[in-house]
Design a protein around this ligand. Structure first.
Ligand code: SF4
Ligand code: SF4
Length: 394
């Protein structure tokens, strides 16, 4: 681990955290999202860490592995821990990844990466990754448009080179920002010759929903859903569709890992540890001081401040049973901070797309379809491990 970077603590430790009378983590699992650096070797035009100038602001780790051990002993001792290496681009601080994987070999590990340096990781590390989430924006034109010329091909080449060595699954993580994104380019990510096992997307949290872009996205969603229900002998491995169908058939599954709260885990068991050791629930809100919920170096942890409130519109929503409040950040900015521009241009259009997906899925009679599935395909729908690593909802 690098030399500690001394970052002054912004707020004193909250009184509630001092004697932690309640377990700050809800449930028995916890995802430690360790930001190994805030540096990145790409400059994606929509990067959410660019908000509040988080990106690039911390390039060295400000806590030691002994600090991390003391923190996890105190708060996570009886939990099932899984780590996501996150950034910036996490592989730019490979020494930290190596130290954590060697010191805590019993944990599960996931890597969220742009995959440009994936071929530099040694085989033993690749073998221990339960899932690799690879950021990509769709097809070649759109990906290279956001990330730089040649990136799409480089990512696929790197993945093909190391695919056999990765112990777990490989998931394409698409931020669906561009209204030009078409069905074919998303479909190609899960084609037979693709190095990806699953596709997961999130609708971009930016003002990209004007003009006819909602109807254009709906047309693509319609095709994806059509394709999803076309077969019963094999899975169309698209996580948000798998998750929504599962939740519609078994709403209890949408609640059990999150105590009925949002499936993106920010209200229950997701700890984003910044390089300086400060902890926040949502990686997109690490610039908001009131969201700070702990510190590895200070060895304290409080319950997540990012929770559903009555100001949010979810309770009366037709999608609530299976959606459970999608993105708390979007709901918080639009309905708690009352940013009406954000609400109208980001939060509400995404909710509209979600409700559209729910209705489109219902048109295909998911219960009857599920009844016709082979058991291995059913098993994937009900228990896919990737649900634990992503937000499930788009
Ligand atoms: S679609 Fe929107 S309003 Fe409805 S439950 Fe989901 S996040 Fe809440
Ligand atoms: S889905 Fe959850 S983790 Fe992702 S930006 Fe929204 S609140 Fe944050």
């Amino acid at each position: 681990m690098n030399t500690p970077l001394h970052t002054p603590t912004r707020n004193p430790q909250p009184a509630a955290a001092a004697d932690h009378p309640v377990d700050p983590i809800v449930g028995n699992r916890v995802e430690l999202q360790l930001l190994t650096t805030l540096k990145c070797n790409l400059k994606c035009s929509y990067c959410s860490l660019g908000v509040g100038e988080v990106l690039g602001s911390q390039t060295q780790i400000g806590y030691s592995l002994d600090d991390l051990q003391a923190f996890t002993d105190k708060y996570l001792g009886n939990k099932e821990v899984y780590v996501t290496f996150y950034g910036g681009e996490p592989t730019l601080n490979r020494p930290m990844m190596v130290e954590v994987m060697q010191r805590f070999p019993h944990w599960r590990f996931q890597l969220q990466t742009n995959a440009t340096l994936l071929d530099d990781l040694p085989p033993w590390m690749l073998a221990k990754l339960s899932n690799v989430l690879v950021s990509i924006d769709g097809g070649e034109v759109i990906t290279d448009g956001y990330r730089g010329r040649g990136i799409y091909r480089q990512v696929l080449k790197n993945l093909r080179q190391v695919r056999e060595q990765i112990g777990g699954s490989v998931t394409a993580r698409v931020t669906w920002g561009n209204p030009d994104t078409g069905f074919e380019e998303l479909d190609a990510l899960v084609a037979d010759d693709s190095p990806f096992d699953y596709l997961y997307w999130q609708f971009v949290a930016d003002t990209m929903y004007g003009s006819d872009s909602i109807t254009r996205r709906q047309a693509v969603l319609k095709q994806l859903i059509e394709r999803f229900f076309a077969h019963t002998d094999r899975l169309y491995p698209v996580i948000p569709l798998m998750g929504i169908v599962r939740n519609k058939l078994m709403p209890g599954r949408a609640r059990e890992l999150y105590a009925g709260r949002t499936q993106c885990r920010v209200s229950t068991h997701l700890l984003n540890v910044m390089p300086n050791g400060e902890i926040y629930p949502c990686p997109d809100m690490m610039y908001v001081p009131s969201m700070r919920m702990g510190s590895v170096k200070g060895n304290w942890l409080a319950p997540s401040p990012l929770q559903q409130t009555p100001a949010m519109p979810c309770q009366g929503c037709e999608a609530y049973d299976w959606c459970r409040g999608n993105c708390m950040k979007n709901l918080y900015l639009g309905y708690v901070k009352n940013d009406l521009r954000y609400r109208a241009n980001v939060t509400d259009p995404i909710c509209e797309l979600l409700r559209f997906m729910g209705r489109e899925i219902d048109r295909h009679d998911p219960k009857a379809w599920f009844g016709r599935l082979s058991l291995p395909v059913r098993r994937q729908i009900t228990d896919c491990e990737v649900y634990e690593y992503v937000e499930v909802m788009p």
